[in-house]
Write a protein that binds this ligand. Structure first.
Ligand code: TRP
Ligand code: ZN
Length: 476
C-alpha cells in the first residue's frame, strides 16, 4: 500500500534525484487520485448536462463578499477582491473556482497563501492546509484586468458588456465568471455583499439593497446587501449614468429603479405600473420572496435582451408591460425557486411566459385558453421551431432559451391548469413557490409535487407527450 501524503509538496527530502522525485510525484498523483483514494480533489464541474464545467464539486458557498473598483478608462479597468465563505462537502486537498479571463494576484484559504493554477475557466486552488469534510472555510482571491463578454452557445452576449457610459454585467447562464470567481452553477446559491467603487460621475447599481454610499477622492463607493440566497447567474452590476428613483410599495417594500437618462421619458409610463404588477404577482404566486424590488433600464443596444436579475431585472430600453410582468414573475420562478441544472430551465421560462398569459387574461384581453388554442393551431407562424423538441429536454445548450422552452413550456402549465381546475392550480402554484422558496428544484421535483397535490388526476399524457415527448402532441 502507498501512504498518500495530503500534499505532494511533502515528498521526503531523502529523495535526492530530481528524476526520481518526479517519477515518485507522478506515481503518487496517480495512486492517490480517484480509485480507492480519498477523492480529496474537488471536481472541476458539477456535471451539468449542458455546461459540464460550470460550478465545482466538493464545497458549497454560503456567502460572497465582493469588493470591486471599476473605471471604464482605467488600466486595469477592474480590480477586485472576492472573499468567499464555503463549507467543504468532502475532504479537500484542492478545489476549483470558475473565473474567465482577468489576472489572479493572490489566493488565500483560511488566511494562509494558497497555491493556485489556471486552465481555461478553472482556477484550481491548493490550500496550505487541507480542508476536512464539514469544515467552513474562507477563500480570498485578489484579481484585476479588463473583463470581457462571453458569447453564449445560442450566439447572444453575456458576462461583462461595455455600455456607452460604463458596463453591464449579465450572467445567464455562465456569464458571472467574467467578473468574479465563484461556484458558478445555479445549484449553489449564496448571499452576497457587493461593494463597488466607480468614478464619481457614475453610479453603480446591483442586486439587493444599497446599505452605504460615500464619495471621496473623486470616486464613489456603494455597498449592496443581498440578504436572500442568489444564484450567481442572477447577479448584476450596472455602472453608468442613471436616473435613480427610490420609493416603497404599499406593503413598504423598497423600490429602487435605475434608468439610463436617454430612456427615462419613454420608460415612465410602464415603470409606473411596477407596484401594481408586484401586487398582482403576489396574489397569483404567493408572498414576494425578496427584500426589495425595482428595475434597471439601459439602452436598447446595451444588452438586446431582458434578464431577471434578482430584485431588479435588467431591460434593454423601455420594456412593454408583458416583458415587465415576465421578468417580475421570474423573481418567484427562477430567482427564488431556482433550477437545479440548466435542463430545468423550462421551470423558469414556462411560468414567466404563463404569467404573461394570465396578466393578459386578467386585463380583459385573450384568455389563457384562447392563447393556448391559438398557439396550438397557428403557433408555428410566430414560432417556427415550436414543436422541434420537448421543453423538458432541450437537445443542446444552444436550445435552452428557445421557443419550445418558453411557449410549449407555458402550454404544459396550461394543460396542468385545465386538468386540475383553477382552485387546485393556484394551490399548486403557490404551494410550489412556498415549498422551494430560496432553494433549487428540478423537473422531477415539480412533476412529483403536482401529482401529490392532485392525487386523483392522471398526468401521464402531460408529462410523456407535452413535457418530454417529441413532436406536436395530440389534444385529448
Ligand atoms: N431569461 C431571460 C428571460 O426570459 C432570457 C435570457 C437572457 C436567457 N439570456 C439568456 C435565457 C441566456 C437563457 C440563456 O427573460
Ligand atoms: Zn424569461
Amino acid at each position: 500500500m502507498v501512504s498518500c501524503p495530503r500534499r505532494i509538496a511533502g515528498v521526503p527530502r531523502s529523495v535526492r534525484s530530481v528524476l526520481v522525485r518526479s517519477v515518485l510525484v507522478l506515481f503518487l498523483l496517480t495512486a492517490c487520485s480517484g480509485g480507492g483514494g480519498r477523492g480529496a480533489d474537488g471536481a472541476a464541474g458539477v456535471g451539468d448536462p449542458y455546461f459540464p464545467k460550470a460550478g465545482n464539486g466538493g464545497y458549497d458557498v454560503s456567502h460572497y463578499d465582493l469588493t470591486l473598483a471599476y473605471d471604464p478608462k482605467g488600466r486595469p479597468a477592474l480590480s477586485g477582491s472576492a472573499a468567499i465563505t464555503a463549507r467543504a462537502a468532502q475532504d479537500l486537498d484542492s478545489f476549483h473556482l470558475d473565473l474567465r479571463g482577468l489576472s489572479v494576484e493572490e489566493v488565500t484559504v483560511e488566511g494562509a497563501r494558497a497555491d493556485w493554477s489556471r486552465s481555461g475557466q478553472e482556477l484550481s486552488v491548493r490550500p496550505a492546509h487541507a480542508l476536512d469534510k464539514g469544515e467552513t472555510f474562507r477563500v480570498t482571491v485578489a484579481y484585476s484586468g479588463t473583463p470581457r463578454p462571453i458569447t453564449d452557445p445560442d450566439g447572444s452576449r453575456e458576462g461583462w458588456l461595455r455600455t456607452a457610459d460604463g458596463a453591464l454585467a449579465l450572467g445567464e447562464p455562465v456569464g458571472s465568471m467574467a467578473w468574479f470567481p465563484g461556484n458558478h452553477h445555479p445549484s449553489d446559491k449564496a448571499t452576497y455583499d457587493i461593494t463597488v467603487t466607480v468614478p464619481k460621475d457614475l453610479t453603480a447599481v446591483s442586486n439587493g439593497e444599497p446599505t452605504a454610499e460615500r464619495t471621496a477622492d473623486g470616486r464613489t463607493t456603494s455597498t449592496w446587501h443581498i440578504a436572500e440566497p442568489m444564484a450567481s447567474y442572477l447577479a448584476t452590476l450596472a455602472i453608468g449614468r442613471y436616473t435613480v428613483t427610490r420609493s416603497t410599495t404599499e406593503d413598504d417594500l423598497p423600490v429602487y429603479v435605475a434608468v439610463d437618462p436617454t430612456q427615462v421619458s419613454a420608460s415612465r409610463e410602464v415603470l409606473a405600473r411596477l407596484p401594481e404588477i408586484m401586487d398582482w404577482a403576489q396574489n397569483n404566486f404567493g408572498p414576494y420572496p425578496f427584500s426589495s424590488t425595482g428595475a434597471i433600464v439601459d439602452r436598447p443596444e446595451d444588452s438586446r435582451y431582458a434578464l431577471e436579475t434578482q430584485n431588479r431585472p435588467v431591460f434593454p430600453g423601455p420594456p412593454d408591460t408583458a416583458t415587465l410582468v415576465h421578468e417580475i414573475a421570474h423573481q418567484w420562478f427562477g430567482d427564488s425557486v431556482t433550477p437545479r441544472t440548466w435542463r430545468d430551465m423550462w421551470l423558469n421560462e414556462s411560468f414567466a411566459t404563463y404569467a404573461e398569459w394570465l396578466w393578459e387574461e386578467d386585463e380583459g384581453g385573450a384568455t389563457a385558453e384562447e392563447t393556448f388554442t391559438d398557439l396550438y393551431e397557428n403557433g408555428e407562424e410566430d414560432y417556427p421551431g415550436l414543436w422541434d423538441f420537448p421543453p423538458g429536454d432541450p437537445p443542446t445548450a444552444a436550445d435552452i432559451s428557445s421557443d419550445p422552452v418558453y411557449q410549449r413550456g407555458a402550454m404544459v402549465v396550461h394543460r396542468i391548469r385545465r386538468t386540475v381546475g383553477d382552485d387546485t392550480f393556484y394551490d399548486i402554484v403557490q404551494g410550489w413557490t412556498a415549498a422551494h422558496r430560496h432553494g433549487t428544484a428540478d423537473t422531477d421535483d415539480f412533476t412529483a409535487y403536482v401529482e401529490r397535490q392532485a392525487p386523483d388526476q392522471d398526468f401521464d399524457e402531460i408529462w410523456d407527450d407535452w413535457l418530454h415527448g417529441e413532436g406536436k402532441p395530440e389534444l385529448p
